[in-house]
Design a protein around this ligand. Sequence first.
Ligand code: SF4
Length: 202
Amino acid sequence: MKKIENLIGNLRKRGIEAKSFETKDDLKKDLLNEVNKDDLVAIGGSMSIDQIDVYDDLVEKSKEVLWHWKVDPSERMELLRKAIFSDVYLSSTNAILEDGRIINIDGVGNRVASMFFGPKKVILVCGINKVCNDYDDAMNRIKTSACPNNARRLNLNVPCAKIDSCVDCKSEQRMCMVTSIIEKKPPTIDFKVYILNEEIGY
Ligand code: SF4
C-alpha cells in the first residue's frame, strides 16, 4: 500500500490525478461516473479494460463506444482515427514507474497518440503488476511480458512470442514501433490514472 501511496503522490506532482482501488468493481463504478450520456467513448487495445468488464456498461451509459476489438478489421482504421477525437479515452498502460512516468510501446501508434493529444479526457487503468522501479525495469517488463503475451494473443510471428525476450527484431509483424514516455500531464487533456491493487492485464 505504501508503494501505491508513493506512486499517487508522484503522479500528482506531475499534475496527473490518480486514485487507487482495491477491487475491479470499485474501479469500474468510479470510471463509469466519469462518463456522461453525451460522450463519445473510445477504448484502446487493452486487456485491463477488457478484464474490468466495462464495455457493456459504457454502451448503455454513453452516446457511442468505439473499440476496434469489437468491429470487423475493414472498419478498424476509420474507427481508430475517430477515436482520437473522443470525449473519453480509456486504456491501460504497459508500465508506470514509481516516480510517476508512464511508459508505453505501441504497434500502430493510435493508443499512445490518443494518450497525449486529441481526447478531452483520458483514463488509464493500471494493475499493480505494471508498477516498475525504474525505466530499465519497465522496459524489461514490457519486452518479456507485455510484448510476448500480446504477440501470442495476436498470433504474430515475432521472436518474443517464442523466447519471451526481445531481440530488437526487424520482423514484418514487429509490434514495437513507437515508445512513449508521459512525464507530466498532457496540457490539453483531463488526465487520470486509476491504479488497481491487483494484477490485471499484461
Ligand atoms: S522488437 Fe520484436 S522481438 Fe522485440 S518485443 Fe518487439 S516484436 Fe518482440
